[in-house]
Design a protein around this ligand. Structure first.
Ligand SMILES: O=C(O)c1ccccc1N[C@@H]1O[C@H](COP(=O)(O)O)[C@@H](O)[C@H]1O
Length: 208
């Protein structure tokens, strides 16, 4: 199971994450309204870190995305808004980077709506619906994923904690396309500052 740790932005905190955890991806949030928003001032030292860096965007323009790719040395683009198939296609084609398209789940999901995105994304990412787009700290009804109809791998997010690991393992045994977990607000001392010991415990507990 792969691991993404999202909402990083403090230099010492990132260093500790890399030394103690080494997740598959580290997420940087470029949505200005987020309490985890990463400023351009942080670009210099973040760019030099040797980890796959995911830029999290909410309905951003290709120009904005391209600028952040250059400044921060991003490997991956996470589209966490209402981006259309055409917008995702263009972002994938013009950047050539790994793309996660997020779908925020309220009560249900229409799988047909995802079909058009399939050729243009590397992973889907399922999160809990919130009017602030992400970082809600709440889970959604994962039973919906039991009907997941595609081969495309996906990441699970939305309020994940250590207490969910048994249920996640169970889900993985039924839906093998579940290939990654995205952890965020439940591992924080304050927004944008992770409790690295807790993140490390989560990573060590990932036995599947
Ligand atoms: O964390 C945020 O502030 C945020 C804001 C806007 C879009 C995405 C955001 N974070 C993403 O939210 C999910 C779930 O986070 P949580 O575990 O519920 O706190 C995760 O994918 C983050 O990348």
């Amino acid at each position: 199971m792969k691991l993404k740790v999202c909402g990083m932005r403090e230099s010492a905190n990132v260093r500790n994450l890399l030394d103690q955890v080494q997740p598959d991806w580290m997420g940087l949030i470029f949505y200005p309204a987020s309490p985890r928003f990463v400023d351009d001032i942080q670009a210099d030292w973040i760019r030099d870190t040797k980890i796959r860096k995911v830029g999290v965007f909410v309905d951003a323009s290709l120009t904005d995305i391209a600028e952040k790719i250059q400044k921060f040395g991003l490997s991956t683009i996470q589209l966490h808004g209402n981006e259309s198939v055409e917008e995702v296609r263009e972002i994938k084609e013009k950047t050539g980077l790994e793309v996660f398209k997020v779908f925020s789940i309220d009560k249900n999901i229409d799988w047909k709506h995802l079909e058009g995105y399939l050729p243009h994304v590397d992973y889907f990412l399922f999160d809990t619906f919130t009017h602030t787009y992400g970082g809600s700290g709440k889970t959604f009804n994962w039973q919906i994923l039991l009907d997941y109809p595609f081969d495309k791998p996906f990441l699970l997010s939305g309020g994940l904690t250590l207490g969910h690991l048994d249920a996640i393992g169970d889900m993985k045994s039924k839906v093998p396309q579940l290939q990654g977990l995205d952890i965020n607000s439940k591992f924080e001392i304050e927004p944008g500052l992770k409790d690295i010991d807790l993140v490390s415990e989560f990573k060590k507990s990932l036995k599947f």
